[in-house]
Design a protein around this ligand. Structure first.
Ligand SMILES: Nc1ncnc2c1ncn2[C@@H]1O[C@H](COP(=O)(O)OP(=O)(O)OP(=O)(O)O)[C@@H](O)[C@H]1O
Length: 351
């Protein structure tokens, strides 16, 4: 198992009366691409700042490679940060921006030249040394910001919504680019975003946060396929979230009928929430379906149609590559493995 590079133990942070982090624990492994994902205000940036040393924890321990660093100033930590606003120096050219940190450390000129060249190659901007910052596109400026951070050879790179200011296409290109850079450098990336697609496509590990608490931590596949609670299910992709009752192991009732499921370990007749992904509901003829309903609306989304269907008092969301006509009757099948059972009210369920 990979070693931890950063450990947060019982970290608390309160601003005025606002408890942002409450007894927060997290392990970040060497060389992983870890993403902190959550809605605005859930404490993502505060966490990064505590790791970087720009903010101090009120309580608890910040551990780096096994040593407590709570009181270590930011410039002594082996950590660099890239922000959404690139914060490049506008009066310096590309070379001077990238070389800045090395000059401060009094690195010899020939070594600076060589390192700047290497990192510009890494971010695919070879030969851009003499360009002015304001002559660069947003995507190019972001690459320079990354080059400027990695030239210092940090052990951990913290990235606070670094792609937030880019348009969708550039953003997607930079996602691939960042992942490539991380693999090439072989260093730990801690990436902050509130964009679930971005988190799913780039990360080795995703930490889903809400109100300063970890809701779930796992691989993108774990988080998407096995959400631990309704918050995660709702935040990661679209979901049907329906109240239900767990009759016994592998048997659940929702939408007025009994279904087989793959979950166990709940109390008899425990009230639960059922999560079903829109793409997991099969469209069949009304006679064959486990449930049947009336199509209320359909929207073409490029890859699939988004279909709303009313059945047993519930409005269901379906994704299907085939369309259905509004007003017609349609059957739905839901297989046991596509029924995800969760504890009520945001608690986590460990299988
Ligand atoms: N310096 C500060 N003084 C007072 N409150 C603060 C300060 N910094 C952050 N907060 C509050 O702490 C909470 C968490 O903020 P934080 O910036 O960590 O959230 P976030 O998840 O990064 O949000 P966003 O995605 O909007 O950047 C918010 O309620 C914010 O208003």
């Amino acid at each position: 198992m990979a070693e931890n590079i950063i450990e947060l133990r019982g970290v608390n942070k309160v601003y005025d009366d606002n408890v942002v982090l409450d007894n927060f624990n997290l392990d970040i492994k060497k060389n992983e691409f870890l993403t902190l994902l959550g809605p605005s205000g859930c404490g993502k940036t505060t966490l990064l700042k505590i790791i970087a040393g720009f903010e101090y924890a009120d309580d608890g321990k910040v551990i780096f490679e096994g040593k407590e660093i709570n009181d270590m100033p930011p410039n002594e930590r082996h950590v660099n940060t890239v922000f959404q606003k690139y914060s490049l120096f506008p009066h310096m050219n590309v070379y001077e921006n990238v070389a800045f940190g090395l000059k401060i450390k009094k690195t010899p000129k020939d070594i600076i030249d060589q390192k700047v060249k290497e990192v510009l190659k890494l971010v695919a901007l070879e030969g851009f040394e003499k360009r002015d910052i304001d002559s660069l596109s947003g995507g190019q400026q972001q690459r320079i910001a990354i080059a400027r951070a990695v030239v210092n050879e940090p052990k951990v790179l913290l990235l606070d919504e670094p792609l937030g200011a880019l348009d969708l296409k550039l953003r997607q290109e930079m996602q691939v680019e960042l992942k490539r850079i991380q693999k090439k450098l072989g260093i730990t990336f801690v990436f902050v975003t509130h964009d679930q697609e971005e988190a799913l496509s780039m990360s080795d590990t995703i930490v889903v946060l809400n109100k300063g608490k970890i809701q779930q931590m796992g691989t993108p596949q774990d988080i998407y396929n096995e959400p631990k609670n309704a918050f995660v299910a709702d935040f990661i992709g679209e979901s049907n979230i329906i109240p239900g009752t767990m009759l016994e192991d592998f048997k659940v009732v929702f939408a007025d009928r009994e279904f087989e499921c793959v979950d166990k370990g709940f109390d008899k007749n425990e009230e639960i929430e059922v999560v079903i992904r829109p793409e997991d509901i099969k469209m069949v003829s009304p006679e064959e379906g486990m449930l049947k309903g009336i199509v209320k609306s359909t929207i073409f989304r490029g890859v699939h149609y988004e279909i709303e269907l009313e059945a047993n008092g519930i409005t269901w969301l379906l994704h299907n590559t085939q369309n259905a006509e509004v007003g017609t009757e349609l059957g739905m099948d839901i297989y046991p493995e596509d029924i995800h059972i969760m504890k009520k009210a945001g608690e986590c369920h460990e299988n």
